[in-house]
Design a protein around this ligand. Structure first.
Ligand SMILES: *Cc1c(COP(=O)(O)O)cnc(C)c1O
Length: 394
């Protein structure tokens, strides 16, 4: 690795895992479009490279880069966030149990409920913002406590140190999906997590042009188990995609600073608007876990959720009326996006279960991009006027 652990985040982001090519000095990591590698003698490998499902130099560069960003010993790149979750779940056997947040990315809930339940793995979903809920849900068979913080889409913040203690006391590992915060704003391994999950598709890629996932951690035995699954099951990240994410992580710090500043401004604006019923943003003092967020995060993120007076109808009208915010799933790219989770990203969670978890049908979620913030505020303002004409401010 070309960087030292003493280098700061921005420096590691640009250099970790990447050294100029020793043959020709190329500064950028090449996209190694090769499936196989020449051996000089049978089974005598150069640096462990024999086949690209197992290992590819562009993916290795990204894996080292991601490890450096999380302050971790290792990273593993997967074809998507869900492929990363799938590899993690591949360690479990029938009868094992997982305690998971009740406010998870819809696809994570779906792979648990519709794939792994069929394999005899049990799941209990709780509000993980109270560590006591996690403790009460754990059994002798609990292997993972699986937490998203801030969660998607309700932006609930879980106290990782507290939940980590509960997990360890019960002999389980703490898995943290750090997609929303990114390693720039939150370091789950420092707070007791055993494995960090990422959807690279979001802020780490950062340009809405690649789908990828990762697992990051410190324990070497765990790395070996997960690398075995990565290689055995497949689902690893391709070299072109690894290159795109490497390009994204170089600017993560500057992008996140702008995402956070823009989101803070929009959250404050929405909070004052008469057409808005509630705003959810960890940076607002009104957020129920604002204090935990201040302790655990270095910034409050670029996601803002809110409900309008006028419920589902108003929310849908808002989402269809924005000019700069594009109505689309996903998040974390430079461009602003708007979506309505109950009928889009979270439609795979049954309606009753959604409502029981506090995810109301009228919720609107913004992925605040890095456009000029005045343009974003103006766009939200005009869309609010169309969504709730009676309560428009002007
Ligand atoms: C998108 C997302 C995932 C899934 O990642 P993919 O790359 O879409 O497979 C998992 N967790 C969170 C929080 C996400 O936003």
């Amino acid at each position: 690795m070309s960087t030292s652990e003493r280098d700061r985040f921005e420096t590691r982001a640009i250099h970790a895992g990447q050294t100029p090519d020793p043959q020709n000095g190329a500064v950028m990591t090449p996209v190694y479009l090769t499936s196989t590698y020449k051996q000089d003698w049978p089974a005598e490998l150069k640096d462990g490279y024999d086949y690209s499902r197992t290992k590819n130099p562009t993916r290795t560069a990204l894996e080292e880069n991601l490890a450096a960003l999380e302050g971790a010993a290792w990273g593993l790149g997967f074809a998507s966030g869900m492929a990363a979750v799938n590899a993690l779940m591949g360690r479990l056997v029938p009868g094992d149990h997982v305690v998971a947040g009740n406010d998870l990315y819809g696809g994570t809930y779906r792979i648990f409920a519709r794939v792994f339940e069929r394999y005899g793995i049990g799941f209990t979903y709780v509000d993980t913002t109270e560590a006591e809920n996690v403790r009460a849900a754990m059994t002798d068979a609990t292997r993972y406590v699986f937490v998203e913080t801030p969660s998607n889409p309700l932006l609930r913040v879980t106290d990782l140190a507290a939940v980590g203690r509960v997990a360890r006391a019960g002999g389980a590992q703490l898995v943290v999906d750090n997609t929303f915060a990114t390693p720039y704003l939150q370091s789950p391994l420092e707070h007791g997590a055993d494995v960090v999950v990422h959807s690279l598709t979001k802020y780490l890629g950062g340009h809405s042009d690649v789908v990828g996932g990762a697992l990051v951690g410190n324990d070497e035995a765990l790395r070996e188990e997960l690398a075995f699954l990565q290689n055995s099951v497949g689902g690893q990240l391709g070299p072109m995609d690894a290159f795109l994410v490497l390009r994204g992580t170089k600017t993560l710090a500057v992008r996140m600073d702008r995402h956070v500043a823009n989101a803070e401004r929009l959250a404050a604006y929405l909070q004052e608007h008469p057409a808005v019923e509630t705003v959810i943003y960890p940076g607002l003092e009104s957020h129920p876990q604002h204090e935990v967020a201040k302790r655990q995060m270095r910034g409050f993120g670029g996601m803002v959720s809110f409900e309008l007076r006028g419920g589902v109808e108003a929310g849908n009208r808002f989402a269809a009326s924005t000019r700069i915010f594009t109505l689309a799933e996903s998040l974390g790219g430079v461009e602003s996006l708007v979506e309505v989770p109950p009928s889009m990203t979270h439609a795979s969670i049954p309606a009753e279960q959604r409502r029981a978890a506090g995810l109301n049908d009228g919720l609107v979620r913004l992925s605040v991009g890095i456009e000029h913030v005045d343009d974003l505020v103006a766009d939200v303002e005009q869309a609010l006027e169309k969504a709730v004409p009676a309560l428009a401010r002007s």
